[in-house]
Design a protein around this ligand. Structure first.
Ligand code: SAH
Ligand code: SF4
Length: 387
């Protein structure tokens, strides 16, 4: 393998095949141990480019620059809210497509800080849920595995996470959880999403354990079946949002293809085969899906198998004709589920100031140039840019 055989593809370091990296090194007369050194270096939290890998010879650093991409993400534009606990970025990719990711930190409790990184799996989404900004914008293209992993690396390398110099490859799991709840339907891009999960798991890279990763789906049944077989350690969340097919046909249009009975059936099989609790996500929309009758029907669907219900107050999109269920309505809905013995949580509404719901910041920034700045040192409320 020569450098020129890579021309035109320029693989990103986040997804480079180990065999390809080994062959590339061999062709340059470099020792094989450099592969591990390069991967370890590229996943160190504080580096901004191959030039920072000062334990490598300068000529090798220069060769890396010309043969590999340090990131598939060009510019990023980040906004911070909740006293710095939530940060959201719009990332611009090589072809100009824009995607979003979010970092949510939860205050330090016993056992340390809990941090979640929410990432996109597609540019846009074809499912078309009417309450979702991504759904309203439509589908653009699939993301590659590297583009998925690079969203995690963006935050891993940013000062927000403040990962110390003692960070080692493979120790990612101790630092953050990853959820596929950004733009896109992950199980409509299954091959690349699964590849990305395996890259994230890789102990020579970030090493985020599968149990720290959650895939959220609108209900792509064949994709759920594949998760059972191929990624049984990854958490599954199903965006249910309605317990009746008529209403779910409207709120989650993919229901016309895989109706509730099939989606719940797939969720149950996942729970039985993996012995892992499935999360049923339910966005509460005022006067649309939050009645006592629907709470009872939801309770019936969530009884008798290993699942829990996660209620999400709607974060209305700018063009939305809907609003979120008010607090007393949420409490009443919760009470019905609890009375039926269904485990239920209510998700906090993180990042309202920064349009943190799926696809919203992207919509707001459409048509505007993204600012590119190399680093950020503080967490002011408002607008910040990071590269
Ligand atoms: N496409 C996948 C994953 C991305 S969406 C899915 O639908 O599950 C992640 C979650 O955000 C889903 O549960 C989705 O319904 C929810 N969501 C989308 N728009 C929202 C909004 N405006 N307010 C609250 N939750 C929203
Ligand atoms: Fe797509 Fe999920 Fe948005 Fe529905 S909620 S349009 S499936 S990203």
């Amino acid at each position: 393998m020569t450098d020129s055989s890579l021309a035109g593809s320029t693989p990103a370091i986040s997804e480079v095949d180990p065999d390809l990296l080994a062959a590339w090194l061999a062709a340059r007369g470099e020792p094989a141990y450099r592969a591990r050194q390069i991967l370890a270096g590229a996943h160190r939290p504080a580096i901004t480019g191959f030039g920072d890998l000062t334990d490598l010879p300068a000529a090798l650093r220069a060769a890396l620059e010309s043969s590999f991409r340090f990131s598939t993400i060009g510019a990023s534009h980040a906004l911070v809210a909740d006293d710095g606990l939530t940060a959201k970025a719009v990332h611009q990719l090589a072809d100009g497509q824009r995607i979003e990711s979010v970092l949510m930190r939860y205050p330090r409790r016993q056992g340390g800080q809990r941090t979640t990184i929410c990432i996109s799996s597609q540019a846009g989404c074809a499912v078309g849920c009417p309450f979702c900004a991504t759904g309203q914008a439509g589908f653009a293209r699939q993301l590659g595995a590297g583009e998925i992993v690079d969203q995690v690396l963006h935050w891993h390398r940013a000062p927000w996470l403040a990962l110390g110099t003692d960070w080692r490859p493979g120790s990612g799991a101790g630092h953050y959880n990853i959820v596929f709840m950004g733009m896109g339907e992950p199980l409509n891009n299954t091959d690349r999403v699964f590849s990305a999960v395996r890259l994230l798991n890789d102990p020579t890279r970030l090493g985020v354990g599968a149990r720290h990763i959650t895939v959220s789906t609108s209900g792509v049944v064949p994709g759920i079946e594949r998760m059972v077989d191929e990624l049984p350690q990854v958490n599954l969340a199903i965006s249910l949002h309605a317990p009746d097919d008529g209403l779910r046909d409207e709120l989650v249009p993919i229901n016309r293809k895989w109706p509730i009975a099939e989606v719940i059936g797939a969720g149950r099989r996942f729970a039985e085969r993996t012995r892992r609790r499935v999360s049923l996500e339910y966005v509460l929309i005022d006067g649309v899906n939050d009645s006592t009758r629907l709470a009872q029907r939801l309770a019936a669907l969530a009884t008798g198998w290993l699942c829990h219900v996660n209620l999400i107050p709607l974060n209305p999109t700018p063009r939305s004709r809907w609003s979120g269920t008010p607090a007393h309505g949420i409490a009443a809905f919760v009470a019905v589920l609890r009375a039926a013995g269904v485990p239920v949580t209510v998700r906090d509404t993180r990042g309202r100031q920064i349009e943190a719901a799926c696809g919203q910041l992207h919509a707001q920034l459409a048509g505007r140039e993204l600012t590119q700045v190399s680093a950020v040192s503080a967490f002011p409320i408002g607008k910040v840019s990071v590269g």
